[in-house]
Ligand binder design. Structure first.
Ligand SMILES: Cc1ncc(COP(=O)(O)O)c(C=O)c1O
Length: 383
């Protein structure tokens, strides 16, 4: 845990809004994953947080990467990952992504049968299967429901494996990822069991990749047992793709109080909002909010950001001591899909990021400047 005085020191040194990460918590999360999943190969789903320093740390720890865009593949290459350490996934891959994945010898996750003819010759590939299950998460985060755009149906999977072999590719096995921030661990067991039922048609396969999606309080040993049981049915090695689990707890968004407003509801106005942390607005996600100031007269507040959008709220109905402008607020569990989803709407500069490691702060991303935001715009007259 990062000491409170150090959080204040970081906000003073780097400014706010600021993302900070606790390296020890990241290491502990990886150790929990390895403790539960044993020798399963872990590929970090870098969409959760693609900061190059965090990727480098994971690379040194022997973790591979799951990438879903040319930009993510370039990040993986930048930190030295290639070949067996790379998975290229996505429902609508571009020519550039096939080429980059092929050049680096990545394993492709095939999301539809047409892709068999688009893969670079002799590719290693997994077939993503949609188990057609309702799961316990926000609709936008569910990827394994019938009618979702991801994967092939259970009925199509065997044919796609066959088409891969006939197309001269190395059909490694099957892939399933049912969604993100799944609350009920039983959903995973149900999905893996549906895949295991395919064994009668597919025969043995080399790899079963069970994706990620684990909630932060998930029963990892339970999920791992279900995954291992399904892999054993296929005689397969187990692969996992955790994103959120590896980085969410380690990250905190620090934001300063700008002021207050009482207009029927109590608004605590802060200098971060939807442009820095979109999850509350996008998925109704709830993040723990902690006042880093002391005070009495606790009141209930809605924490609102500076954007001209009514939905620009970081939290609702949180009890906090009486605030003063300049006070520092910590928004927790923000290491995943926080900085990664931050945007430049309103020409807001994306925040700085800093890593707390060995009792010291290390800047790992500088705050953008307005000119960084418009750097790619061309053709405007200069006055
Ligand atoms: C294919 C795939 N694997 C892994 C993940 C990581 O999910 P999470 O961050 O919830 O662990 C995602 C995220 O959506 C994904 O799409």
């Amino acid at each position: 845990m990062i000491p409170r005085a150090s959080l204040h020191a970081a906000a003073d040194r780097f400014g706010t809004p600021l993302y900070v990460y606790d390296a020890a918590e990241m290491d502990a999360a990886l150790a929990r994953v390895r403790g539960a999943f044993g020798d399963a190969r872990a590929f970090y789903a870098m969409k959760a947080n693609p900061n190059l320093t965090l990727l480098s740390r994971l690379r040194v720890a022997g973790v591979g990467f799951e990438c879903v865009s040319a930009g993510e593949i370039a990040r993986a290459e930048h930190v030295g990952a290639w070949g067996d350490d790379l998975i290229v996934n996505g429902p609508a891959k571009s020519r550039e992504e096939y080429a980059a994945g092929g050049r680096l010898g990545a394993t492709f996750v095939v999301d539809r049968e047409e892709e068999v003819g688009l893969l670079p010759p002799g590719s290693r590939a997994l077939v993503r299967v949609n188990p057609a299950l309702e799961v316990s998460t926000h609709d936008h985060l569910a990827t394994g429901a019938a009618g979702s755009k991801f994967g092939v149906t259970l009925a199509q999977a065997t044919g796609v494996l066959r088409a891969l072999r006939e197309g001269g590719h190395h059909a490694l096995g099957l892939h399933v990822h049912i969604g993100s921030a799944i609350r009920d661990a039983g959903d995973f067991g149900a999905a893996f069991a549906r895949l295991a039922d395919l064994r009668a048609h597919t025969g043995e396969v080399e790899v079963l990749d069970v994706g990620g999606g684990w909630g932060l309080d998930a029963d990892l040993p339970g999920i791992a047992r279900a995954a291992r049981a399904a892999a054993d049915v296929f005689g397969a090695r187990l692969w996992v793709e955790p994103g959120r689990y590896l980085v969410a707890r380690a990250g905190t968004l620090l934001t300063r109080v700008v002021g207050t407003k009482r207009t029927g509801r109590n608004f605590l106005l802060v200098d971060a909002g939807m442009t820095e942390l979109l999850r509350p607005m996008l998925y109704g996600a709830e993040h723990p909010v902690t006042a880093l100031w002391n005070g009495e007269r606790a009141e209930v507040w809605d924490v609102a950001g500076p954007a001209c959008e009514s939905g620009d709220l970081l939290a609702r109905d949180v009890t906090l001591p009486a605030p003063t402008p300049g006070d520092l607020l910590a928004v927790g569990d923000a290491g995943a899909y926080g900085a990664a989803m931050s945007g430049t709407y309103l020409t807001r500069s994306r925040p700085a990021e800093a890593l707390w490691e060995g009792g010291e702060w290390r800047p790992i991303r500088r705050r953008e400047r307005p000119e960084d935001v418009w750097a790619a715009e061309v053709g405007a007259a200069k006055f």
